[in-house]
Write a protein that binds this ligand. Sequence first.
Ligand code: GLV
Ligand code: MN
Ligand code: MN
Length: 413
Amino acid sequence: MPFPKINPLRLNHSLENLGRIGHTENGMQRVAFSALDVEGRAHTIEMMRRVGLTVRIDPAGNIIGSKDGSESSLIPIALGSHIDTVPNGGKYDGTLGVMGALECMLTLQEQNITTRHPLEVLVFTNEEGTGFPHWLFGSRAMSGALSPEDLTAVDHDGVGLETRLQAIGGDFSHIHDAARSPGDLCAYFELHIEQGPALDRSGTPIGVVTGITGRAAFEVDVKGTANHAGTTPMGLRHDALLSASRLILTVERIASEMEICRVGTVGRASISPNATNVVPGNVAFSVEFRDVQSTALKAAEVEFRRYAQELERSDGVSVEINALPPTTPAPITSEMQDLVAQAAGVHGLATERLPSGAGHDAQAMAAITNVAMVFVPSVNGISHSPLEFSTPQACAEGTQVLLDLLLLADQRD
Ligand code: GLV
Ligand code: MN
Ligand code: MN
């Protein structure tokens, strides 16, 4: 059984070419459903056709490129990821998994290798969830996990999903037809940059992902009393921003000092009325906790709510906490982890096992098929930033492991 080598230069060109679409000096702006996302998708579809894939768009806007295998009784092995970016994002997050998958297809094509299984390359819609309350949109649609709230949600511009999906060739009226069943796919493999510091620090080229983080997210609304900043004595204030600050510090404490869950973040906040000479009356902010254990997420929520109640009494403010749809952690089976380690061994690459702190389409796909993830180092562990960088060598090594993983999996039924 041959294990052909991928072409690192060609892969790097693919990354550079797609990386030009949406590139600005403040980072990548290929946010889902934007004109740049549409352009990036068209570019990717064109590449898929060139490598001999038959392309269709499912009702959720997912791009599916497929190719027959030599044994008609077998079901497809899928590779994929996403090409949407966060605002001011990086060039590798998601993109590597898609361009890596297409490099695997090109290598098979030039070596005249037909796999036993049919193959699919999947490009999922709005993995980042930008604009909408919930992430992993396309992969959750494919795994049948959309909630009624997903369908009625409007984005930050007040535009609903039906209109957004039209822009990318999806079909809201048949959205549930995007769902596939357990038994439709043999496996789903995703190559991704680590987005954290572990592999870069240890100098290990390949990460074998052991599980993907879950997330508990909330919208918090603190209501105090807006009042005159010059005349209201300090002891008589109900300053919503001060109380919100105490809550924000608690998010930090829950994850660091108390070690209840792995990480906690407040990434968005708005102050009202947001004027220099007014004691803030209202502050709204987001909270997310992440951990690979559901019990840790629950415990973080309990502590956060307990502290918010305490604060209501001490500060004389009201705190409303609305839970956004949670994402459950997805463990990766030891069988799949071992297959990734074996694939890394084909070309002699060292591995390290680690959990993923970022969310990925693979965690939604885990509901309907076997999943495995291959990580490559992120220089200085930076991601969701214009400084996101993985070396051409790291990208090539990860893509090589993805191809070897595919070929090993293809030997099994
Ligand atoms: C997705 O990129 C995440 O926020 O983990
Ligand atoms: Mn990603
Ligand atoms: Mn991301």
